[in-house]
Design a protein around this ligand. Structure first.
Ligand code: ADP
Length: 249
């Protein structure tokens, strides 16, 4: 792969649910290392598109490639092993686990250690060491032994990102990473995202336009399942179609 090869590419990606087209002929090229935002009104198809990219949903038409390999038919778990990783909401997944246990599980998943109990994992010291180091790196060490459900909400959302990082992603997909987080903390969360390794590619859905324009290098605007326009924040802000259809001025 040369520098010019997009990390992630879709061609004419389409998803129909019965007669309803949720994603309609989406063609995207996401450059390696880019911080790219996916914006659009509710129901535009953003989450469906992310689900197509991760392999949770199968497209009705079109193709997806990772580096230069066609992954359209690759199962979701194999995509994770190829470095295409999304976050999951931990407060629905692991309310009774501590961050240390959850991070240990995420690391063991990556290493294909199987579905082992955390009690067993605790005796596997390098996993626990790596989990500790990861939590420390993101200033979550003080919460290592607290049930995740007890963490302040902003820290829960940060932990979701940290758990995704345990999989060592090359491409990270974030569906509203700061949703529900108080405004004074959502910027902090995005500082963390901005501070991820430069070579990591990040595609995020975000509704808060201040955050989008502060942190995205490129923006794709999805309307009614289709890409209305794609460009730099300056291009998007100046685009009359976007202003009319989406920003509402
Ligand atoms: P967004 O994330 O931009 O708000 P979604 O991708 O969640 O949009 O949804 C796009 C459209 O597809 C919505 O109209 C939604 O109702 C519809 N949709 C999503 N998932 C399904 C499904 N499994 N079956 C039928 N319709 C769906």
């Amino acid at each position: 792969a040369t520098l010019a090869t997009p990390a992630l590419r879709t061609r004419n990606l389409t998803k129909r649910f019965g007669g309803f087209t949720a994603v309609n002929g989406v063609t995207l090229d996401i450059a390696p290392g880019s911080r790219q935002a996916l914006i659009g009104p509710n129901g535009a198809g953003k989450t469906t598109l992310i689900n197509l990219l991760t392999g949770i949903l199968r497209p009705t038409e079109g193709r997806i490639s990772l580096d230069d390999d066609d992954i359209t038919h690759l199962p979701a778990d194999k995509r994770v092993h190829r470095g295409l990783v999304r976050t999951f909401q931990i407060n629905t997944l692991f309310p009774r686990l501590t961050p240390l246990q959850a991070a240990s599980l995420a690391i063991s998943e990556r290493e294909a250690l199987g579905k082992v109990w955390w009690r067993t994992l605790r005796s596997c010291s390098w996993v626990a060491d790596e989990a500790h180091a990861l939590l420390k790196q993101f200033n979550l060490a003080q919460y290592a032994h607290v049930d995740t459900a007890e963490l302040p909400y902003g820290k829960q959302r940060l932990l979701e990102i940290v758990l995704a990082l345990a999989a060592q992603p090359r491409i990270l997909l974030l569906d509203e990473p700061a949703a529900g987080v108080p405004e004074d903390e959502s910027g902090e969360l995005f500082e963390v995202i901005a501070g991820l390794p430069r070579e990591m590619t990040v595609l995020f859905i975000e509704h808060d336009m201040d955050l989008v324009f502060r942190f995205a290098q490129r923006i794709s605007v999805l309307v009614a399942g289709a890409v209305l326009v794609e460009g730099t924040p300056a291009e998007i802000a100046a685009d009359p179609q976007v202003r009319a259809a989406y920003l509402g001025n």
